[in-house]
Design a protein around this ligand. Structure first.
Ligand SMILES: CC(C)(COP(=O)(O)OP(=O)(O)OC[C@H]1O[C@@H](n2cnc3c(N)ncnc32)[C@H](O)[C@@H]1OP(=O)(O)O)[C@@H](O)C(=O)NCCC(=O)NCCS
Length: 205
């Protein structure tokens, strides 16, 4: 895809290894913003991102402007995802093998609103379909309390963007992840609510 010199391509396996420092930097800088408020370290991130190099079904859609990575979006078959991600599905009697899990999308501010986020969804769904096993795509998003002191006035979030991509919110499926918020000294646990979409027309479970 070309959008003003920007290319977006799905990469996987060892091809990702040299990109990890760039991807770590992107995650740390983009997730500092609401609603993630993530006080991350690039060292931890580089380690975390190795999952995507090692997991056989994983892929990362990488957006580049010239040589530089300016955005990225991750995915992997749910059986290869962390226990925290799989837990609510197992508890609900759902088979993780039926699901393809989308990790995160991060894109520098300057590049938003040009269709790159849409492309991230297309490429990740294409990877799920190419691997052939999963019937549904799913991802989760953090829920912050309405009265959170750092909620920006009028913050709308991405619910409409995700709904337009065909995803439906599933408040019955919630996982918990911990990270240190900006301004806090300790990690705290946050609820993340899942969204899902059928990849081949099967009714949602
Ligand atoms: C999520 C994120 C990657 C979305 O990126 P984006 O590139 O701005 O999104 P897009 O430009 O593809 O889509 C935004 C809107 O612009 C439209 N759009 C604008 N130009 C477009 C084009 N050339 N082609 C297709 N769609 C276009 C899209 O259709 C969409 O509108 P719609 O939902 O009404 O259909 C970006 O907002 C981000 O990095 N946010 C911070 C991190 C985050 O919250 N990540 C998600 C959770 S992990």
């Amino acid at each position: 895809m070309g959008a003003g010199g920007v290319t977006v391509a799905m990469e996987h396996g060892v091809a990702l290894a040299p990109l990890l420092p760039d991807l770590a930097r992107l995650r740390v800088s983009v997730f500092r913003a609401w609603p993630y408020l993530y006080d991350g370290s690039e060292a931890y991130e580089a380690q975390y991102l190795r999952t995507y190099v090692k997991a056989p079904g994983a892929g990362v859609a990488v957006a580049r402007d010239g040589g530089a990575a300016i955005g990225a979006s991750t995915c992997l078959p749910m059986p290869e995802a962390s226990e925290a991600v799989r837990a609510p599905f197992l508890a609900a009697g759902l088979d993780p093998a039926d699901f393809f899990y989308f990790g995160e999308s991060v894109l520098l501010d300057l590049y938003r609103g040009r269709g790159i986020g849409v492309r991230f969804f297309q490429l990740r769904e294409a990877r799920a379909n190419a691997l052939g096993r999963a019937r549904f795509a799913t991802f989760c998003a953090v829920e912050r309390p309405e009265n959170h002191p750092l909620r920006p006035p009028g913050a709308t979030g991405l619910d409409a963007f995700w709904t337009h991509r065909g995803y439906r919110k599933r408040p019955d499926l919630v996982c918990r992840m911990s990270w240190k918020d900006l301004g806090e000294t300790e990690e705290t646990e946050k609820p993340l609510v899942f969204w899902m979409k059928s990849l081949r027309g099967d009714p949602l479970p």
